[in-house]
Design a protein around this ligand. Structure first.
Ligand code: ADP
Ligand code: TRP
Length: 326
């Protein structure tokens, strides 16, 4: 099994990203050969400030390494350090029907949100297909919003293999149905675009203030409360073990336990959980050369795999000079 996933460097990571994407990706390290990259080519469709892109790329690298990504087990790299994927994108784009891309929801959604459609935004799924196919990936863990892009990848790979002979492994999406949507401070899905997020590496004061602002109903301290409909509890149980979760649920139901106290308990358990990650991140941030070395080594390993696939695709299409002598 070869597992591959990518994340765009376009904003600070929050605990929704942690439970929904980072933690599952890090756990997959033990199940097969994992590739994880920072999708900075993709981010160019929305981030147009060079320094901001550099900074966000570094932030994602630090966040993942601080949270337990093991670069000996996972090939961790920057997408743009393997420019072979852009050549592969072109080879794939000539077999990609326009209609396939026109049907993509994420493109239509971005246009509906007012983004000016560039060619890059439109052909975004072809670059994503190249990312997946270059490494002969079998399994692609993604959020539900990215499922269609993996299906597009499968269609492109099947068509290419039919036309030119088998070059690509056909990948499967792995949708994390078991991972609940993490609620934000207003009870909706946590997302940086709704500004209801709790940052993974934000400062303590800001985190406390945001936790204290979590929206609850107006039940008085004395009244018994329903834990399952309360955002504070839904966040608490993500961090707590089964016994702590049960104890907290009992306190809700018993009454005499206020939301202020629940928020304090949530803030404390978040602090305890995130503290070791923060320490690790500070340590890494003081040694950026080490981080750079990790990404370079990841890129070398990734590039060797991508080069091999690209050469096979070039040969299959007749881009190898005169080819083997008859
Ligand atoms: P955002 O909505 O903050 O812009 P992204 O769309 O960049 O987040 O998501 C990056 C990854 O994190 C995706 O794999 C996505 O499925 C996951 N993710 C984001 N928000 C949540 C959430 N609230 N709950 C669970 N997973 C999430
Ligand atoms: N498009 C993905 C996202 O926005 C990121 C991504 C780029 C990706 N290439 C990929 C994910 C390849 C999985 C596989 O979340």
């Amino acid at each position: 099994m070869r597992i591959l996933s990518g994340i765009q460097p376009s904003g600070k990571l929050h605990i929704g990203n942690w439970f929904g994407m980072m933690k599952p990706a890090i756990e997959l390290q033990s199940q097969g050969e994992a590739y994880l990259f920072i999708a900075n080519y993709h981010a160019l469709t929305s981030v147009t400030d060079a320094n901001a892109l550099r900074q966000e790329t570094l932030n994602v690298a630090l966040d993942f390494l601080a949270c337990g990504l093991d670069p000996d087990r996972t090939v961790f790299f920057r997408q743009s350090d393997v420019p072979e994927v852009t050549e592969l994108t072109w080879l794939l784009s000539v077999v990609t029907p326009m209609g396939l891309l026109e049907r993509c929801h994420s493109y239509k959604d971005k246009i509906a949100k007012g983004l000016t459609p560039s060619h890059g935004l439109f052909s975004y799924p072809v670059l994503m297909a190249a990312d997946i196919l270059a490494y002969q990936s079998t399994t692609v863990p993604v959020g539900r919003d990215q499922k269609q892009h993996v299906e597009v990848t499968r269609d492109i790979a099947l068509k290419f293999n039919n036309m030119f002979g088998t070059v690509f492994t056909i990948p499967e999406p792995s949708i994390r149905d078991d991972v609940a949507v993490v609620p934000g401070t207003d009870g909706q899905k946590m997302s940086k675009s709704y500004n209801n997020h709790l940052e993974l590496f934000g400062n303590e004061k800001e985190l406390r203030a945001r936790v204290m602002r979590i929206v609850t109903d107006s039940k008085s301290l004395a009244e018994p409360k329903d834990p399952d409909t309360c955002t504070v509890f839904r966040l608490y149980r993500l961090f707590a073990g089964p016994a702590e979760t049960q104890a907290m649920a009992d306190r809700y139901r018993a009454g005499g336990f206020g939301y202020g106290e629940a928020k304090k308990a949530l803030f404390e358990i978040m602090q305890d959980t995130l503290e070791p990650f923060r320490r690790k991140r500070d340590e890494l941030a003081r040694d950026l050369e080490r981080v750079e070395a990790v990404l370079r080594r990841g890129a070398e390993r990734a590039q060797a795999a991508a080069r091999e696939t690209l050469n096979r695709a070039r040969t299959a299409m007749g881009l190898d000079g005169h080819g083997p002598r008859q």
